[in-house]
Write a protein that binds this ligand. Sequence first.
Ligand code: CUA
Length: 359
Amino acid sequence: MRKKVVPVLGLLALALLFAACAPHASQDSLKPAGPFARDPKNLFEKVFWFGAVPVFVLVEGGILWIVIKYRHRKGRDRMPPQIHGNTRLEIGWTIVPAIVLAVMMVPTVATIWDLARQPPSDALHVTVTGQQWFWRFTYTDADMQTAAQTPGPIQTDNELVIPTGRVVYLTIVSGVGNIVRPTDGVSDAEVIHSFWIPELAGAQDAIPNHENHILMQADQPGIYHGQCKEFCGLSHGIMKAQVRAVTPEEFDTWAAGQKLDAIEPTTGLAASGFDAFMNGQCIACHAIQGTPAQGIAGPDLTHLASRGCIVGCLLPNTPENLTRWIHDPPAVKPGSFMPNYHLSDEEIQQLDAYLETLK
Ligand code: CUA
């Protein structure tokens, strides 16, 4: 009885596992949504159908054939002849795999070169910085500088906004210890992350003091989800990112908005929230352009309300989630560098009201 139960339970567990994977089906490198994700997928298909499948069928078929043909039979009491030391066979099964690998190398190397090519002159340049635990995106092109009052590149966190049909050249790095956790002085230096938006590009490591590059392009507008792919500490598993691809016209409108400084609210809850923000601990880590807040450790909040997600893209950007986060950050993101400041409900309400104005 027990012998039958174990495989059934195993199958059930597998079914549950696949069911749990289903909601993230959009993080699927086999459904590429741009040329730089299509190339690796095409390579995978070539290697799979012309390499892995024939090798599997030949090797497994050979094993089955030998197992059946030379199986033990009644009345057979001697060992069959052994082939150990058969030089011809050993040379054969060394050379044949070498040839198979050499043939597969041709499309592989071609794809590697293709993906490593220099970007076209009209590419959008973005520096991607892995932090513990969120992604920061800095738009470094000359026409992506912010308003004159606080000149600097457009910077956003968690959600990368790109125009469709245009090559984006990503320079990928890791934070170099500019974030220090106030509670214990631990910095986020020297951690390797890996930036991966499966539907738009392959994965690329984010290494401190070293630049890596990848090309990315989205054919159609949409939201493309991603996930840090290199273990980087307590909240690695929830260090997500998303790319919002919009039409070139929408991108220009978005960029124009991002260039503006924040507007200071003068009335109501939002005005109280502004005062609480500027007089509290927030400005030690966060910047809001056009205000005295110029911290660099945490996400730049100048246009927080225009982003699709918060907390390393773990949560959709809604007032409820913002409240939940400010109320107790380490409870939402284990190891969070933003501590629980034990703010009162009233203070959180005011801060929320202010942060919601940061369009
Ligand atoms: Cu960042 Cu894993």
